[in-house]
Design a protein around this ligand. Structure first.
Ligand code: ADP
Length: 246
């Protein structure tokens, strides 16, 4: 019995590790894009400072304004890097109060580059009750589901609208979170298989088939449920997690 428990624990840790690595991949892409903006601003502003101070007489007032711009852009860049560090550390401990609202804010920031050309309808109310969960894994779950919807649109270049809706509501003693799109839906034969590890319909080298398997593991380990279905010409993922009572 004990060796089975240890084995299960080891498998669980392994799954969590893979989940972190996978979403780090998504994150790295967004990050490279997001970091490029402040770095470009810093570089321009620094060239300006060089020019302004080289003038006769030096234009100190304008140079100072540019230096302030450099400081603020560097602050923005280090905030992004700090977020990445917290994410990679990914300490999963006991379940705590966690908020889908906060998780969605973080996920949409990370996905902002990938989401270009797509509309994210945010229908998660600010007053939504906290659930019993864990902040970073919930953020990873949202990243996986939203990124999958965007990938589905990429496979449908003629889609009239490219939108992803995230909504949430209270259902008894649980919070129901819904991620839906209009990207054609999950093929009927795949519906029962999407949570299987390594099941993917994406091109080799593109899909790993692990995203939803890990998402399933994460939600189940939190005592929640997740289902996949099709509606209105798209995929619908529904997650229930218990409301935090204290
Ligand atoms: P991967 O994204 O690497 O393929 P996932 O486990 O995240 O792995 O997804 C498994 C499969 O589920 C995808 O290959 C795709 O066929 C299907 N799928 C997931 N999300 C969607 C979606 N929003 N629309 C259509 N199909 C989807």
């Amino acid at each position: 019995y004990l060796s089975e428990v240890t084995e299960e624990k080891r498998n669980q840790l392994h799954r969590q590790h893979v989940a972190t690595l996978l979403t780090l991949g998504e994150m790295a892409t967004g990050m490279a894009h997001e970091l490029n903006q402040p770095l470009t601003s810093i570089s321009f502003a620094a060239q300006n400072v060089d020019f302004l101070l080289g003038r006769q007489p030096a234009d100190v007032a304008n140079a100072q304004a540019k230096v302030r711009k450099i400081i603020s852009e560097a602050g923005r860049a280090s905030k992004l890097v700090e977020h990445m560090r917290v994410f990679a550390r990914n300490e999963r401990g006991a379940l705590v109060r966690a908020s889908w609202r906060t998780a969605l804010n973080a996920a949409s920031e990370i996905l902002s580059a990938k989401l270009r050309g797509c509309v994210l309808h945010d229908e998660v109310p600010a007053g939504l009750p906290d659930v019993l969960g864990a902040a970073i894994p919930m953020e990873q779950v949202l990243i996986n589901l939203i990124a999958n919807a965007v990938d589905a649109y990429d496979a449908q270049p003629n889609a009239a609208v490219r939108d992803v809706t995230v909504s949430a509501s209270v259902q008894g003693d649980a919070v129901l979170l819904r991620v839906s799109d209009h990207a054609g839906g999950i093929p009927e034969a795949a519906l029962t298989r999407v949570f299987e590890p390594f099941f993917t319909t994406k091109a080799p080298g593109k899909g790993t088939g692990l995203g939803l398997a890990l998402t399933f593991g994460t939600i189940t380990e939190m005592g929640g449920t997740i289902t996949a279905s099709n509606a209105n010409g798209g995929a619908v993922f529904e997650i229930q997690l218990p409301i935090a009572t204290q």
